[in-house]
Design a protein around this ligand. Structure first.
Ligand code: FES
Length: 146
C-alpha cells in the first residue's frame, strides 16, 4: 500500500492554479496593446460648443480650441482646430495676412486649415459647424462639433 502524499498533492494543485492565474493575467495584459496596435479605438463622444451670432465684423471668432470662420454673408461657417499638427502648440490667426500661424515653429495654414509651410506635415483638423437660423432665415448662432 502506497502512503498518502497529500501535502505534495496540495502543493502541486496550488502551483498549477498559480500558473493558470499568471497565464490569464498575462493574456489580459496583452489584449490592450494588441487592440491598440490593430487600430481599434473607441471614439470619444463629441462636444458641442455654441457661439452666438453675430460674429465680429472680421467674420472670425476665436475660442480656446478652435477658430470659427464665417462667409461674408454669414450663411456658411467652418471651424478649424487651434492645435498645431506639429507638436501641439496653440495657433494664432493673423488677420492682416489672413493666415493661421503657429508661434512655436512658424507653421502656416490657410483659414480653411490647409498646411502652407513649416514643420507641420498635416492640415489642421476641421470641425463640423451647424448654422442656426430663425424663421426669417436670420442667423442666430453656430454650433461647433468638437
Ligand atoms: S508646434 Fe506648431 S510648428 Fe511646431
Amino acid at each position: 500500500m502506497k502512503p498518502c502524499d497529500c501535502q505534495q498533492e496540495e502543493r502541486r494543485s496550488f502551483i498549477t492554479g498559480l500558473v493558470r492565474w499568471a497565464a490569464a493575467l498575462t493574456g489580459a495584459a496583452l489584449i490592450h496593446p494588441l487592440l491598440k496596435f490593430s487600430g481599434y479605438t473607441v471614439k470619444p463622444k463629441p462636444r458641442y460648443v455654441k457661439v452666438a451670432a453675430p460674429l465680429p465684423r472680421s467674420g472670425v471668432h476665436a475660442e480656446r480650441e478652435f477658430f470659427l470662420f464665417a462667409s461674408s454673408d454669414r450663411q456658411q461657417a467652418w471651424a478649424v482646430s487651434r492645435t498645431c499638427t506639429h507638436l501641439g502648440c496653440r495657433v494664432n490667426f493673423l488677420e492682416d495676412k489672413q493666415l493661421i500661424e503657429c508661434p512655436c515653429h512658424q507653421s502656416r495654414f490657410t483659414p480653411q486649415g490647409a498646411r502652407l509651410a513649416g514643420p507641420a506635415q498635416k492640415n489642421l483638423p476641421v470641425f463640423k459647424v451647424e448654422v442656426q437660423k430663425d424663421e426669417t432665415s436670420t442667423v442666430t448662432g453656430y454650433v461647433v462639433e468638437i
